[in-house]
Design a protein around this ligand. Structure first.
Ligand code: XMP
Ligand code: MG
Length: 184
């Protein structure tokens, strides 16, 4: 059953299930067209990108491989620092391949900037990025993002894979978290 009432910690629903589904379907079709000759390996960034990956991969009508990385950017609460550590590396060798990084959200872009240079050092044929959400801060870092689901305001969001203290990832929509939840 779809959840009709937002979670009590949600200030407002930013993107509902249908909006997300429709946009991901569009992006999947675009990716299938762009990579028709040489399908990409999708690299999901754990844990936030699991829902995007699951829905995006199913909307790409090509033979695509899925792999995962887990990184931790040192930082506390709701801000990231750009100092990154690999918690889980890829299983696949990406040299000579088209890599498409699948992200939930780009905020400062610091995590992604580090990840891109790490992936590029492995000799892939290409590296592109697909993110469901992008916040305004991200525009200040020079990262070319090929596929963007939605530009969102600078508020802390949860759901559809995004968490606050590991909670709310399984909400089927993207919502703005009430400030009272993280501001004491
Ligand atoms: P940077 O700033 O390096 O951070 O682009 C990207 C990572 O920070 C987390 N992040 C969020 N997580 N709601 C979340 O649940 C948000 O609004 C949010 N903003 C940033 C997230 O882990 C992302 O990969
Ligand atoms: Mg993330």
């Amino acid at each position: 059953m779809p959840q009709t009432h937002p979670h009590p910690d949600v200030e407002r629903v930013l993107l509902d299930e249908q909006q997300i589904r429709e946009r991901i379907t569009e992006i999947g079709e675009q990716i299938a067209a762009d990579y028709a000759d040489e399908p990409p390996i999708l690299v999901g960034v754990l844990k936030g990108a699991v829902m995007v990956m699951a829905d995006l991969a199913r909307s790409i009508d090509l033979k695509v491989e899925m792999d995962w990385m887990a990184v931790s950017s040192y930082g506390s609460g709701t801000k990231s620092s750009g100092v990154v550590r690999i918690l889980k590396d890829l299983s696949a060798d990406i040299s000579g391949r088209n890599v498409l990084v699948v992200e939930d959200i780009i905020d400062s872009g610091l995590t992604l900037k580090w990840l891109l240079s790490n992936l590029r050092s492995r000799g892939p044929k290409s590296v592109e990025i697909c993110t469901l959400l992008r916040k305004p801060e991200a525009a200040r870092v020079e990262i070319d993002v090929k596929y963007i689901g939605f530009e969102i305001p600078n508020e802390f969001v949860i759901g559809y894979g995004l968490d606050y203290s590991e909670d709310y990832r399984n909400l089927p929509y993207v919502g703005v978290l009430k400030r009272s939840v993280y501001e004491v």
